[in-house]
Design a protein around this ligand. Structure first.
Ligand code: G1P
Ligand code: ZN
Length: 548
């Protein structure tokens, strides 16, 4: 075992981005600079005192995954870690890591991924630390990691791993410098959990009866999981899982399951060959997109539909305790919670804010507008879980996706919803827009723009109902008379410049026509918000780059 002095990368890992919502994400070129990954990894180790502990390790298979795994294994051994549970070939989806931490009673886990960001030598890489409950590290720990990264002057790394482990592909247990490395099948435990939660017999019967589906794995980590579960265990026709082979660069694609980046699936679902059900997941398997024949299910609606119908699946047959959604997610799920007489929570953006609610049994289902849905079965969002819950509901109700969605809107009304992203902004103007808006919040109520009157304007702060911790500055919420909302915040996950996200929402009750064009239904709130926030004037942009 050697002890290498730390070289020149003292504070680089946290420069410009605080590892929080999704760990630390940077370009591969940055992450692979000598000493960079090592510094961040050592900072995590310094923050969590790893000696004698057990951790789960795996990633989404993107470029640099294998090298990073070897470095982390060597550093774990040098830092006195007792055991690493490693996905075969370094592969584990994010929800699978979360499940393994919990199932094996591990002390935490390391996830190598930049989620839905592109991969390959010119793409992104990331490292996230999850705690013993299986969820992303809370702010107190990420703050500690940041402090350690700033104070760090050296890192510990073990010797040559290849003598013990020439490949990461063979299942089994190995000893390396006093540390056990157990290589496990990445799919097995996760698939078993899904069988516990869902009625596989009912889904299989539906598929045997002619129900067709297409799952787009986007050449990312869910390929092997989806083939095993959807094709092998549930009997979907071979080839129902497309782009099933994980590639280091995701085949050059952008593995983000939304109508823009999963256009191939989206178009197929709106074409003559459309199967009954379409779905996709992202780079590390925690996001999902659901599409029916000719109908897209917006993530906020999906959360509401799942909350209203979860009891149809065995894992939720006793009912759900509460529903939590991130602040920019539409209020559709609040209406379901109200009707069911259960609690509804509005949290800041980022899955870690759901952890306490899930741990305390206050929320059972959670969701974000950014295609994340999940439950208390793990402490991450879970793409395939959402797909299977939808399939379970479809199997029990015997109706189409479109029927279920229309029925939902007829019962609860419809929340027209869209997110407008302004990307690659210079950081200064993006910050300027937010500062300006914050400075005039108290003057906004009563103001009218584009025929909409601002009712309330707030800089969203959240007090965790379980531990009382407070998160401030989580985005601006503008509420308009008549029930529309607009939320504005800067992305915390981008790796180039700044991204302004503007989230727009207009509620229409059941007496109004429920199938209007979404952008049309939102046109007033779009125009009003643009005027109130001074988007065109400050950003010098007339149109968003991405509308989802
Ligand atoms: C984005 C999403 C957010 C999600 C996060 C991690 O963060 O908007 O909902 O939790 O990715 O997947 P953002 O770039 O908006 O900070
Ligand atoms: Zn992801």
């Amino acid at each position: 075992m050697t002890f290498k002095d730390f070289q020149t990368f003292k504070t680089a890992p946290i420069d410009g981005q605080k590892p929080g919502t999704s760990g630390l994400r940077k370009k591969v070129a940055v992450f692979s600079e000598p000493g960079y990954l090592e510094t961040y990894t050592q900072a995590i180790f310094n923050a969590i005192e790893p000696a004698g502990k057990t951790f789960v390790l795996g990633g989404d298979g993107r470029f640099f995954n294998g090298e990073a795994i070897v470095t982390i294994l060597r550093m774990a051994a040098a830092n006195g870690v007792a055991k690493i549970i490693l996905g075969q070939n370094g592969i584990l989806s994010t929800p699978a890591v979360s499940h393994l931490i919990r199932k094996r009673g591990a002390d935490g886990g390391f996830i190598l991924s930049a989620s839905h960001n592109p991969g390959g030598p010119n793409g992104d890489f990331g490292l996230k630390y999850n705690t013993a409950n299986g969820g992303p590290a809370p702010e107190a720990i990420t703050d500690e990691i940041v402090a350690c990264a700033e104070a760090i002057s050296e890192y510990k790394i073990g010797g040559d791993l290849s003598e013990v482990l020439p490949t990461l592909g063979d299942l089994g247990s190995y000893m390396f410098s006093g540390m056990e490395i157990e290589i496990i099948d990445p799919v097995e435990d996760y698939a078993a959990l899904m069988e516990e939660l869902f009625d596989f017999d009912a889904i299989r019967t539906m598929i045997d009866g002619g129900f067709t589906l297409r799952f787009d794995a986007m050449h990312a980590v869910t390929g092997p999981y989806a083939v095993e579960i959807l094709e092998r265990r549930l009997g979907a026709t071979k080839g129902s899982v497309v782009n099933a082979v994980p590639l280091v660069d995701f085949g050059g694609g952008h593995p983000d399951p939304n109508p823009v980046w999963a256009k191939e699936l989206f178009d197929h679902m709106h074409g003559p060959e459309a199967p009954d059900f379409g779905a996709a997941s992202d780079g590390d398997g925690d996001r999902n997109m659901i599409v029916g024949k000719d109908i897209y299910v917006a993530p906020s609606d999906s959360l509401a539909v799942l909350a209203a119908n979860a009891h149809l699946a065995p894992g939720y047959a006793r009912g759900i305790a509460g529903v939590a959604r991130s602040m920019p997610t539409s209020t559709a799920s609040d209406r379901v919670a109200e009707k069911m007489g259960i609690e509804a929570f509005q949290t800041p953006t980022g899955w870690k804010f759901f952890s306490n609610l899930l741990d305390a049994g206050r929320a059972t289902l959670c969701g974000e507008e950014s295609a994340g849905t999940g439950s208390d079965h793990v402490r991450e969002k879970d793409g395939l879980w959402a797909v299977l819950l939808w399939l379970n509901i479809l199997a029990v109700r015997g109706e189409s996706v479109a029927d279920i969605l229309m029925d939902h809107w007829q019962t609860y009304g419809r929340d027209y919803y869209s997110r407008h992203d302004y990307e690659a902004l210079d950081t200064e103007s993006a910050n300027h827009l937010m500062t300006e808006l914050k400075s005039k919040l108290t003057a906004l109520p009563g103001l009218t723009a584009a025929g909409m009157t601002v009712k309330n304007a707030e800089d969203f702060a959240y007090t965790d109902p379980i531990d009382g911790s407070v998160a401030t500055g989580q985005g601006i919420i503008l509420t308009y008379e008549g029930g529309a909302r607009a939320m504005l915040r800067l992305s915390g996950t981008g790796t180039e410049g700044a991204t302004l996200r503007v989230y727009l929402e207009q509620y229409a009750n059941t007496s109004e026509p429920l199938s209007r064009n979404v952008q049309e239904a939102l046109s007033d709130v779009i125009a009003a918000t643009s005027a109130v926030a001074g988007i065109q004037g400050i950003l010098k942009r007339t149109e968003p780059d991405v509308i989802s």
